[in-house]
Design a protein around this ligand. Structure first.
Ligand code: HPA
Ligand code: MG
Length: 221
């Protein structure tokens, strides 16, 4: 395995002014800064693909499991980069894809309940090499729960790739096998990460401002 490497975004990282990049008009007032521009996400993802391909070896097929909804863009881009490596060398491995849908957040808080609300039959994972692809590890509770679920199907090997890992005091200490960026304890959106289902249609990873949080809040019942 490659040594665990990731780009650490410092707590005092200011990011980029919104006006430096293209941001949809409908979100202009709801965001503080651009935190990770889309191009940087793509470049980091390309390198993660290379690390993964080198580690997994070429001997056996893998099942890539996408954690929905937040993981869908990272999943698509990561698999595109992996496929490019697979078709441009003399060694390659087969990949199949599966999807699972989990939900645990309301507003910017973990609800404490992690629900599986759909997806493929995990029976497909039995005896396979599995690569779980996630958008963000925050407290780590969702991933521990998912790993528990997956282990019931006795996969041969399980690796977890997460685009982001949050530095938060609420972390249970879980670290995935591959990390794109480590981010400060702020609520981030964009590139399929959401706040109550909004902001998935934003290319860059950004920090929501208070106005945005209020505008798209779900009233507490
Ligand atoms: N943003 C979006 N979704 C999340 C986050 C976050 O910061 N943490 C956990 N799920
Ligand atoms: Mg989410």
């Amino acid at each position: 395995m490659s040594e665990l490497q990731y780009h650490r975004i410092a707590d005092d990282e200011k990011g980029f002014d919104l006006s430096m990049f293209c941001v949809p008009k409908h979100y202009e007032d709801d965001l503080e800064r651009v935190y990770i521009p889309h191009g940087l996400i793509m470049d980091r993802t390309e390198r993660l693909a290379r690390n993964i391909v080198n580690d997994f070896g070429y001997e056996e097929p893998i099942v890539a499991l996408c954690v929905l909804k937040g993981g869908y863009r990272f999943f698509g881009d990561l698999l595109n980069y992996i496929s490019a490596l697979n078709r441009n060398t003399d060694r390659s491995f087969q990949m199949s894809v599966d999807f699972i849908r989990l939900k645990s957040y309301q507003n910017d808080q973990a609800t404490g309940k992690i629900q599986v609300i759909g997806g493929d039959n995990l029976e497909n994972l039995r005896g396979k090499n599995v690569m779980i692809v996630e958008d963000i590890i925050d407290t780590g509770k969702t991933m521990l729960k998912l790993l528990d679920l997956v282990k019931d199907y006795n996969p041969k090997k399980v690796r977890v790739v997460s685009l982001l890992v949050k530095r938060t005091p609420h972390s249970v200490g879980y670290r995935p096998d591959y990390i794109g960026f480590e981010v400060p304890d702020k609520f981030v959106v964009g590139y399929a990460l959401d706040y109550n289902e909004f902001f998935r249609d934003l290319n860059h990873v950004c920090v929501v401002n208070e106005k945005g949080k209020e505008k798209y809040a779900i009233p507490k019942s």
